[in-house]
Design a protein around this ligand. Sequence first.
Ligand SMILES: Nc1nc2c(c(=O)[nH]1)N[C@H]1C(S)=C(S)[C@@H](COP(=O)(O)OP(=O)(O)OC[C@H]3O[C@@H](n4cnc5c(=O)[nH]c(N)nc54)[C@H](O)[C@@H]3O)O[C@H]1N2
Ligand SMILES: Nc1nc2c(c(=O)[nH]1)N[C@H]1C(S)=C(S)[C@@H](COP(=O)(O)OP(=O)(O)OC[C@H]3O[C@@H](n4cnc5c(=O)[nH]c(N)nc54)[C@H](O)[C@@H]3O)O[C@H]1N2
Ligand code: SF4
Ligand SMILES: [Mo]
Length: 745
Amino acid sequence: MSRTALRICPLCEATCGLTLTVEEGRVTHARGDAQDVFSAGFICPKGASFGQLDGDPDRLRRPLVRRGGRLTEATWQEAFAAVAEGMGAVTGAYGGAAVGVFLGNPNVHTVAGGLYPGQLIGALGTRSVFTASTLDQMPKHLACGLLFGDHDAIPVPDLDRTDHLVLIGANPLVSNGSLATAADFPGKLRALRRRGGRLVVVDPHRTRTARAADRHVAPRPGTDAALLFAMVHVLFAEDLVAPGEPAGRLGGVEEVRALAADFAPEAVAAHCGVPAGEIRALARELAAAERAVVYGRLGSTAVEFGTLSSWLVDVLNALTGNLDRPGGAMFPLSATARAPRPARPGRPYVTGRWHSRVSGRPEVKGELPAAALAEEIDTPGEGRLRALVVVAGNPVLSTPDGDRLDRALAGLDFMVSVDPYLNETSRHAHVVLPPPPPAQSAHYDFAFSTLAVRNTVRYSPPAVPLAEGALDEPEILARLILAVLGQGGPDAAPALVDDQAIRRRLDRETADPHSPVHDRDAAALAAALTGRTGFERRLDLMLRLGPYGDGFGADPDGLTLDRLLRHPHGIDLGPLRPRMTEVLRTPSGTVELAPAALAGDVPRLLAAVAAGAEAPALVLIGRRHLRSNNSWMHNVPALTGGSNRCTVQIHPEDAARLGLTEGAIARIKGDGGEITAPVEITDALRPGVACLPHGWGHDREGTRLTAASREPGVNVNQLLDGTRLDPLSGTAVLNGFPVQVEPAG
Ligand SMILES: Nc1nc2c(c(=O)[nH]1)N[C@H]1C(S)=C(S)[C@@H](COP(=O)(O)OP(=O)(O)OC[C@H]3O[C@@H](n4cnc5c(=O)[nH]c(N)nc54)[C@H](O)[C@@H]3O)O[C@H]1N2
Ligand SMILES: Nc1nc2c(c(=O)[nH]1)N[C@H]1C(S)=C(S)[C@@H](COP(=O)(O)OP(=O)(O)OC[C@H]3O[C@@H](n4cnc5c(=O)[nH]c(N)nc54)[C@H](O)[C@@H]3O)O[C@H]1N2
Ligand code: SF4
Ligand SMILES: [Mo]
């Protein structure tokens, strides 16, 4: 007997709707859901192999507890008792501050990751919070925090309506988009060109996306900030600044003009490796387009000047009148956002409210740099981390100097991993708590609905009932919170955690004169929530109090969980609309185009521009593969092999200079160590650039990754020692760091 079930894909930011075929509780096939209001049937090879990933025999089905040094299967009760004991010992002796938390990428792809980590951190009372953001998009958060007063107000390219799209360090034809949730990015780029629009790609690699572009500019890695500044310079110099309507709400235009004065295209051309004329053309085309947008991704963030580049992307959007305007860079409005309130001036956006213990790195958005995790554990002294909770992360492979972190984790007093795999990181845990596979989990995109290029709302209940003996991830995290609080006994009621969150929100809302539930009875409202589980009740609450919600009766046609459940393919909420006035939270009430914190980093950039001629001979950049996802999909046979391999790519000129031949093994050396990989010679790279993918290196003892360990690859992050960071955001420089490459042996 087979049936079908709908499930939003959690495997990348595109959030496609899938139609799963289910036979005897197993997913045997996946195809795109043609009726999905957002993705309309689009699917990629990862989504198509959902069944194989979901049914991977290496997935853990029972918790593991370390006994006599070995991880052995245990009951949930035993596992949570072990957590309570292990955490209790550490917090009893050193306090909750001695416990670190690492939150990995899939937290933005799960219901649990959207709802519980804040409460977990609160329960621990720790400031040692590390996430994948400081390996990724933290520069964008920081730039938006400073520009708009809200680090989560990230404008996205209005792909469906733009005439001119400039991609800086992004490869959406492979990644399927990031900080721009758009199912069918390939179709959207084709549509752009079909309606006469232009695609410009700035990337040192002639990627699949670059090959589809009308103009491809290949700068030296790490030099985009100077390139973007030079474009700003041209806009001012050639009188092309035309912010249009929002002019009154743009502060700091003259300061930006002054800052850009030193960045004439001729002054940066050598540093960027791009002719001045080409930079001028980029600026002129951007200014000339009716509706244009600049968008930057990993090649613009995980780099030496990540925050400056992220800022300048939106400076260009603002100066050309494309910020908060159809076809430009716009702010999505998610169904679980707080309903818009009247504008009020905010407080200055600050970072550095505390600092990391060892290197003194400033907190940003409540987080410390992931690159500093190892030293916070292995450096003796007061305040040292003694325990760690890892939720959906594999920092041994994803952060700089994995070998050091590997050793540091082995020395922890206690570690918990919430992870379906026994991998390079979770193998160090004292307790591993495995969530069920995605088909058995409900799905709602809390994160990506705030980044989507069209507003929609969708919810997938579990496609397959929870397997015997499994707990869903919301319950795992709720019980983990209770265990940390010492309330994790056999009678622990995880609903307490949800009830507390619901109550806190309702208390705030009923006291807020602008809330639709002002002055109403919080207990009665809580009792009115629907949902079969704690997290569904929380979702119902957020939807009802959100911008499209029913406000508990204030708008009888408004959104509720019940209504959403009656629309299994989702509800379309329409194209993005201008909403700057609701978004702005800066003290001045304007877009603060020239924040002092960013202006303060410009001298560092000028020094790099001046040193242009002394640039290192070879720098390394990353790459992604269509059938990959960071470190954790190499265990799915359908997704590996072929071109999805861990090779070092290099330009023919460099290969000849260094004596490297196709297929031979090269030794690659960096600050943090050395690795070896087969050589792939390609003129798709700019000379002076080598390229390796991340997430490989599956050859460590004690993992359970049968397929991945057969072709393990090497860990590119071993080339880094954790000291190269974008100083403002604490983000690791994963692109554009110096390496040496030579024949091995
Ligand atoms: N050199 C280099 N390094 C990089 C990058 C790069 O481009 N170059 N990219 C960086 C980026 S952008 C990111 S986001 C990070 C990612 O870094 P991480 O988040 O540390 O790594 P992932 O490989 O995404 O690990 C995800 C973990 O979550 C587990 N997991 C999968 N599904 C679930 C689930 O439903 N629940 C739970 N609890 N766990 C789950 C997986 O088994 C895996 O252990 O890597 C960064 N590292
Ligand atoms: N198939 C697949 N999809 C994924 C992932 C995956 O691992 N595989 N990971 C997901 C995650 S966690 C993320 S964050 C997103 C990332 O999404 P994207 O950022 O779109 O993906 P990347 O492939 O990292 O693209 C970064 C591009 O920047 C270029 N680049 C490197 N250095 C520089 C530079 O200094 N300047 C410029 N201008 N360009 C530079 C690289 O050559 C590369 O083409 O992808 C997500 N989607
Ligand atoms: S593009 Fe992303 S969301 Fe869509 S099917 Fe592929 S992995 Fe899933
Ligand atoms: Mo990422």
